[in-house]
Every structure is written in C-alpha cells, then in structure tokens.
Write a protein that binds this ligand. Structure first.
Ligand SMILES: [Zn+2]
Length: 562
C-alpha cells in the first residue's frame, strides 16, 4: 500500500489489463462482426466495457474475486452469443427473440443440430482459455479513495447518464433517452439478452394493440371475386430503396437490369416507368400502398381494412416472407402485416437494419410456399433491395460497375465508389427479381407477380450530384421514382385479354396501389375506385402528392420533366 502515499501513481498497465479483460467478453464478437455489422456495435462495446472498472477501482483488495465473478457473468452470455454467431453468422438480437417465439421449435432444433460443429466447440474452448489466461494476469490497481471514487463515478455517469443529458436540456424525452441507452447497451454482454427481450416485449405490445384495432374493423362491402374459385397464386414483391432512374429498363445508360430488360424485350414483362412513391420512407410509403390511406387521408390506414384484410376476405391463404429486420420500433407496421398473414417467415435476424443478408435467401422458402396446397395463395415477399449500405447488398460477383463510365464527373473517388456500389446493388436486385419470376414461372402457377420498390433513393444522381439518400424536405425525383413491373403467367394472360401495354406510360402515385392490385386480381367492392387503378380503362390522372400531411407538394409541379 506504500504506492498510494502523496501523489497518486496510476498503474496504467494494470488498468489496461483490467479493461482488456472486461472488453474481451463483448469486444471479440463485435470485432468478428465488424465487416457485416459495422462500427456502431464495436463503439458501444468500447465504452460500455469501462463500467466494470468501477467496482475494482473502489474495492481493489477484492480484485481477484470481483473479476472472477464479473468474468463469469460476462462469459456465459458471451459464449451463447459467440455460439450463435458461429452457427448463424450474425448477432443475437431482438429479432432473434422474436423468431425464437414465433417459429416452430422442432425446426429450430433440427437447424441447430446441423450446425453445432467440432470447430465451433474448439473455438469456444480456445476463447475461454484466453479469458482465463487474461484473468490470471490481472492485478489490483490501487488509487487514493478520492481518485478511485471519482474515476468510478465518471465511467458510470458517462455511460449510463450521458443519454439523459439531452433530457435536461429539453432536447429528448425520457423515453427516447432510455431507448438510446438500450441501443448502446444492446451489443454488450451481459445486457444483450435483457435488452433483446425488453425490446421484443415493447414491440409486441404495440403490435398487439394495432392488431386488435384491425380485427375490430368491419369487412369490405359487396366484395366480388370476378375470377371465381379457380385456383391461383398472386405474388407481390416489395423492393427497397430502388429508383427506376438507375435501372436500364427505364432508360438508365448503364445496363443495371439485363435480365428484366430481356423479359421486357420478349414482351413477357410489363414495365411502368412513371410510377412514384408518395413518401420516401419505408413505413410511410407502404402504409399508403398497402391500404386505402394516402397523402390526404393517412388515417384510413387505421380505420379501414388493408390489403391483407382484403385478400383474406377474398378467400386467399396469405403468406408474408421477409428479409427485413423483424423487430424494431420503426418496423411495427410491417410486423402487423406479417402477423395478419396466415404464414410468416422471417429471414433477417439482425440487430440493425443494414447488416448483410443477401436477398437470395427468399428463393427457397418462396419455392416451398408455391407448393402449398391452398387453392388461392397470396404471397408477399419483402426484399432488402438496394438499402444502404449498398456494397453490403450483393455478393462479390455482382461488383460489375467499378470504373468512371456514366459516373458524374464532379464526384470524388469515394463518392464514385458509392455511386458504383448502388448500381451493383441494382444489378443484384435484377438477379433476385428475375429469379423470383423464374421460380414462379417454373412452378406453373396460374396468376401474376408484381414488383415495386417502396420508394426510391438518390445516390449522387440528380444534378448537381450532391445528394445521398432521401429527405422529404429537400426532395429530388430519384427519391420517389420507383420500378413497377408485372409478370403474368401465360394462362392468366390468355384469360385476361385486355392489353395493358397501352397503360405503361401513365403517371401514377403508388399511394393508390390497392386499387391497381384489386383490379388486377379481379376484386370488386364498394370502396374500389377504378379511376385510381393504373390498369383500368377508366383511369383518371390524379395529383401526385409527396411529403407529409400538411406539407404536401405536387410532384409534377416540382419536377415537370418526370
Ligand atoms: Zn424503404
């Protein structure tokens, strides 16, 4: 204890070792996840690991015992998380909890037994051995009481208190500050399970409330299915952040949609290039497209049946197949749709939206669903499409656009790279959508497949080539112009003889999509408005509103050339 007299001499190496020990249990996994999940989790863990220094600084005499106890508390969840990573390749998250409670236990067990391997087991042993060796080298760090308490206070306050600073200044609510804190704690052991479960529970309550409200809605009046009882399958593929301004089938000079181009040329595919989204954000846009809500009457989403209700009422067995993250407060409405479906499959189990799960994961479950014996099937497939980070959306072999051809000259090399990665993501999306058409076609199903993207994205495309992403307050055309394509099975085409190719130039807001879908599916009811159907002879040009309620703007007035 002689070192603590007078001036405090900090044993930096000892302190560093202690920190390394605590960091180890979350840091190893976050380091492994760096290439897929990126820096945020790594950063959170870097800061969160400091909190464990507090007890050992306050009670240095008990360093060995304290570190042993904390070590075990951190080790157990970290091994589970690492094992999970070893098997599934991503992080344990609220989405995983959701899937655990939603899917068939037997299936999960089978999957697990298939992947628990000797190398995973040896990896865990090695990981544990390193932790134990680290622990053996730990030594107490003695500081005068005042310094020790101050340091302990600082690490605890900065980690747990910082998010609440914004509350004091009135810039955030207590709730949002707590959400932020949970976000920081989520990647770190041992919090991941508690946070994951709490987040799951919160979302589920919100989902239940919306579902209850939806259940109490009256059905659509006088619904008639003009296709009668003939067995059929209708597929709706919803893309993500893809603008038609970057697709060669709508005139983009780079060949980013070669497979769909070919289908268009052989007249198997109808391509509509003048369709826009009403909002540049997933939930808001889909809320309009998949219900009777629109820019002027957004509340109709809650007060009237939605597309799922309509299809179920029409006697379809409904399926929801998604590669989107399942559980986040942003995605509640998507979860509601999936819960309304008779069957839902969740293929993305990540904690944050932009992690890597290429869209081709939907192929196999799609094929399985197509062979379901139900006579009338409605299948929704929600893709990750070309969501940022674009370079994470496609496998290496789709990295085709790398040079400067057709890249705006003003872009720096870094921006040109982002520009190129978006085109590569569009190219991969072309493979995904055309493959879905191919799978559907080969299944000999009677029906059609329709693909649109929820909204667009501007990736340095609109002059002066400064904008990346989407912002409704500073709109550019690329944020709204979306791909909209229709593939019909040969027999369906024959039985529905009206030539739709005359309508492909129509200017349409996808906020009214439910009318187009109803029309294509042959569903008529009191609410149905033929003048809002893109494929109806009675179609009338309408104002294409964009923006939020109260701040609506006319897209065609803003961008007369589109
Ligand atoms: Zn979106």
């Amino acid at each position: 204890m002689s070192s603590e007299i007078n001036t405090p001499r900090l044993d930096w190496a000892g302190l560093g070792l202690l920190y390394l020990f605590f960091w180890y249990f979350s840091g190893v996994l976050q380091t492994l996840l760096l290439s897929t999940a990126g820096i945020p989790g790594f950063r959170s863990v870097f800061f969160m690991s400091f909190i464990w220094l507090a007890p050992v600084l306050l009670f240095p005499r008990w360093t060995r015992q304290l570190t042993a106890i904390i070590g075990i508390i951190l080790w157990i969840p970290s091994v589970i998380s690492l094992g999970y990573w070893g098997i599934y390749g991503n992080e344990f998250s609220q989405s995983v909890v959701f899937i655990m409670f939603e899917t068939n236990r037997e299936e999960a067990k089978e999957y697990l037994s298939q992947y628990v391997s000797i190398s995973l087991f040896l990896g865990i042993i090695f990981y544990t051995l390193v932790a134990w060796l680290l622990w053996r080298r730990l030594r107490p760090v003695y500081l005068p009481r005042f310094y020790a308490s101050s340091l302990a206070g600082i690490v605890l306050l900065t980690n747990f208190g910082a998010p609440y600073l914004a509350c004091l200044t009135g810039n955030a609510s207590f709730y949002s500050a707590t959400e932020k804190l949970h976000g920081r704690m989520a990647p770190a052991a041992p919090w991941q399970f508690f946070i994951a479960y709490a987040q799951y529970n919160n979302q589920l309550n919100a989902v239940r409330k919306l579902l209850d409200e939806n259940l109490s809605l009256p059905p659509l009046k006088n619904l008639v299915d003009t296709n009668g009882d003939k067995p059929r399958t209708l597929v709706l593929v919803i893309g993500e952040s893809t603008t038609n301004a970057r697709m060669s089938f709508c005139g983009y000079p780079r060949k980013t949609t070669p497979r769909l181009d070919a289908l268009k040329e052989s007249e198997e595919l109808l391509v509509f290039c003048n369709v826009i989204a009403s909002r540049p954000y997933t939930i808001e846009a889909l809320q309009h497209s998949l219900s009777f809500a629109n820019s002027e009457e957004p509340d109709r989403f809650f007060t009237e049946p939605n597309l799922m209700n309509l299809m179920k009422q029409a006697g379809y067995k409904t399926f929801w197949l998604t590669n989107h993250q399942t559980m986040s407060s942003r995605n509640i409405l998507l979860t509601v749709f999936s819960r309304q479906a008779d069957e839902a499959r969740y293929l993305n189990q990540t904690r944050v939206q932009n992690e890597t799960v290429p869209d081709e994961v939907v192929f196999e479950p799609f094929s399985e669903i197509l062979s379901d014996p139900a006579p009338k099937k409605f299948i929704v497939i929600h893709l990750m499409g070309t969501h940022a980070k674009y370079a994470r959306r496609y496998p290496e072999m789709y990295k085709k656009f790398t040079g400067r051809d057709h890249v705006p000259k003003v872009l720096s090399n870094n921006r040109a790279e982002v520009y190129n990665s978006y085109d590569n993501a569009v190219l991969y999306n072309d493979f995904v959508v055309s493959s879905l058409i191919d799978i559907f076609s080969k299944s000999q199903s009677y029906g059609f497949l329709l693909y649109f993207s929820d909204h667009g994205e501007d990736v340095y495309h609109t002059p002066p080539h400064q904008v990346l992403g989407r912002d409704e307050k500073q709109p550019t055309p690329d944020m709204f112009t979306i791909p909209f394509v229709l593939w019909m099975s040969p027999a369906w085409k024959e039985n529905h003889s009206s030539d739709l190719s005359a309508f492909t130039e129509r200017k349409y807001s996808n906020a009214h999509f439910i009318h187009t879908w109803s029309d294509l599916a042959g569903l008529h009811y009191d609410r149905f408005q033929p003048e809002l159907s893109l494929v109806n002879p009675e179609f009338k040009t309408h104002k294409r509103w964009i923006g939020e309620q109260g701040r609506l703007r006319d897209f065609d007035q803003l961008f007369p050339k589109h």
